[in-house]
Design a protein around this ligand. Structure first.
Ligand code: ATP
Ligand code: MG
Length: 561
């Protein structure tokens, strides 16, 4: 069984933001006739909802200005990158509703070009091979208040640098023995300009280039040059790269590139109760605190998909929060509100009983089964309907019955009459208990005159409850979720693993579902009436049905009494 995405319309995000204004201006002033953006994930983990912000921004801008958006795998660190992540990224971007067409690229495809440009920089005396260790480089770099010191290897001749760099490339040196650095300015106020590292030695198999290379470009050296090769016009990244922009520009100005891209920064998405750092998410996976990258509690695109969040709701949320340069933390409830809003309109209603208690209707004919008509979407006048079986034995929700009802409890109680949704009025006549005093079943009577849910004599009942036919119900396991982290801002917590909510997953066994939920064609999230939204889990089989709670019906839904 698989959970497919729901077909729905792509929303076009035309809302104004500062990047859109820059592009409009660039086109009006003739700096560009068309635009090309890119989404550049490093394939070292699964995409999360922060990435969705970048994906929506880049693809929507390209779409609105009739340009292109490339998918570029920024695969410059073979130690952390895997094919599994490449496949997952493709699947997630597609599921979100975006299509890069033939424009799929890999930074590793540019290794040859990047290498030659590095040699050009050496020849222009703008780069040198340095023998300082990583620690020494850090120490020499200085601080924000103190200028850096020049490396003793900074003034090597062009010939010596070229020979050393070629020897680095041909594998003559061990990891960390040497690096290639740009020769810029060791007393620059911007630490990124204090002779940044351009290449490091890494004897490691690369998923795509195998053992062809043992030196790999740094992010700073690879990124802008890749943008130039792909003729990216607007290279959009998050604010932490703002301080790297002078280096980005320095490289673009000092290398003979096919185009001159520009970098623009926006603030990253942060969400309450959520961690959005691949490094930290990876720890949750590797330490077994979740079942995998697509655990329904994970803020990954694949986790949300498995949880039953519609792609549309994620895009809608991203559009609503907008794009700016100020850092903020968005409340997770606003994402949930988008999910609820969409599902309230689109999800089909079904009946399910999570904690069943048996009801036997004594005056209902033995062996009789009726098919009752139920509406799929009560808020849609053109809604489809379905037939659900009704019989003498039913299940209702244990919490819809109270032996000693409180004042505001209007559901089933001894001697009390309630409506069974789409069916009849029933009255509880007797409680049958087991030897432990636990309620085993409720003996009730029904009024055959109330079929469809109304009494001909006009008498009213205060409660309507859901039910499923005991004979026809299908059994399921249901997973109920709470936030993965207890505190509101877990990412600020050094010991974030201690903050994991031990009650974030509850497995309910022996739940009873209306029979049409057996249909393995169920691919979309449904509403279990009065309970919330649920979707079939991808691990479910015909013999072991599992549903995930997507989200409750209301924010902080209090238990009804
Ligand atoms: P992480 O911090 O989770 O490891 P990253 O920035 O290292 O993320 P990349 O694969 O390099 O991950 O990210 C690809 C693109 O997604 C980058 O352009 C990055 O700026 C953007 N991005 C990553 N996280 C967020 C976020 N929280 N909000 C908006 N954009 C993001
Ligand atoms: Mg990154």
């Amino acid at each position: 069984m698989s959970l497919k995405s729901q077909p729905d319309e792509i929303i076009e995000d035309k809302s104004p933001n500062f990047i859109r204004s820059i592009i409009t201006e660039d086109i009006r002033e003739g700096r560009h006739s068309s635009i090309t953006t890119r989404f550049p994930p490093e394939p070292n983990g699964y995409l999360h909802i922060g990435h969705a912000k970048s994906i929506c921004l880049n693809f929507n801008l390209a779409q609105d200005f009739e340009g292109k958006c490339h998918l570029r795998f920024d695969d410059t660190n073979p130690i952390k990158e895997e094919q599994e992540f490449i496949d997952a990224i493709r699947e997630d971007v597609t599921w979100l509703g975006f299509n890069w067409g033939i424009h799929e690229f890999f930074t590793s495809d540019y290794f040859e070009k990047l290498y030659l440009w590095a040699e050009d920089l050496i020849i222009a005396e703008k780069a040198y091979v340095d023998d300082l260790s990583a620690d020494e480089i850090r120490e020499y770099r200085g601080t924000l208040t103190e200028p850096g010191r020049k490396s003793p290897y900074r003034n090597r001749s062009i010939e010596e640098n070229l020979e050393l760099f070629r020897n680095m490339q041909s594998g003559k040196f061990k990891n960390g023995a040497k690096v290639l650095r740009a020769k810029i300015n060791m007393s620059s106020g911007n630490l990124n300009l204090r002779d940044p590292v351009l290449y490091r030695i890494l004897h490691s198999e690369h998923p795509r280039t195998g053992s062809q290379w043992c030196i790999y470009p740094t992010y700073d050296f690879a990124h802008g040059q890749s943008d130039a090769i792909e003729r990216i016009t607007h290279s959009i990244c998050t604010l932490e790269f703002e301080d790297h922009r002078p280096l980005y520009d320095w490289l673009v100005d000092n290398i003979q590139l096919p185009s001159k891209p520009k970098q623009f920064e926006f603030s990253r998405l942060n969400l309450t109760h959520t961690i959005l750092s691949k490094r930290q998410l990876k720890r949750l996976v590797s330490e077994g605190l979740v079942s995998g990258w697509d655990d329904p509690r994970m803020p990954t695109i694949s986790g949300y998909r498995r949880r039953g969040y519609p792609a549309y709701a994620i895009r809608d949320f991203i559009n609503r929060i907008g794009v700016s340069k100020s850092n903020s933390i968005v409340e997770i409830q606003s994402l949930e509100a988008c999910v609820r809003e969409y599902l309230n309109q689109k999800a089909l209603r079904r009946m399910a009983v999570l904690r069943p208690i048996k009801v036997i209707i004594d005056n209902y004919p033995q062996n009789q089964v009726e098919e009752l008509r139920a509406i799929d979407k009560p808020n849609d006048p053109n809604s489809s309907t379905r037939m659900i079986p009704f019989g003498r034995e039913l299940y209702i929700e244990r919490e819809d019955f109270l032996e000693e009802p409180t004042k505001k409890f209007f559901r089933l109680a001894p001697g009390r009459e309630v409506r069974l949704r789409f069916a009849y009025f029933i009255t509880c006549q007797k409680i049958i208990k087991d030897s432990n005093g636990e309620i085993k079943e409720l003996r009730c009577t029904y009024d055959p005159e109330t079929k469809g849910g109304n009494a001909p004599d006009g008498r009213k009942v205060k409660g309507t409850i859901h039910w499923v036919s005991a004979e026809h119900a299908i059994e399921a396991e249901i997973h109920q979720y709470d936030y993965l982290f207890k505190s509101e801002n877990p990412s600020e917590n050094e010991n974030f693993l201690d903050d994991v909510n031990p009650n974030s997953l509850k497995k309910l066994l022996g739940c009873k579902l209306e029979p049409c939920l057996k249909d393995s064609a169920i691919s979309a999230t449904v509403q279990f009436e009065r309970l919330g939204y649920y979707c079939l889990d991808k691990a479910a089989t015909a013999d072991h049905i599992i549903f995930n709670q997507t989200i409750g019906l209301r924010e902080n839904m209090k238990k009804k009494t």
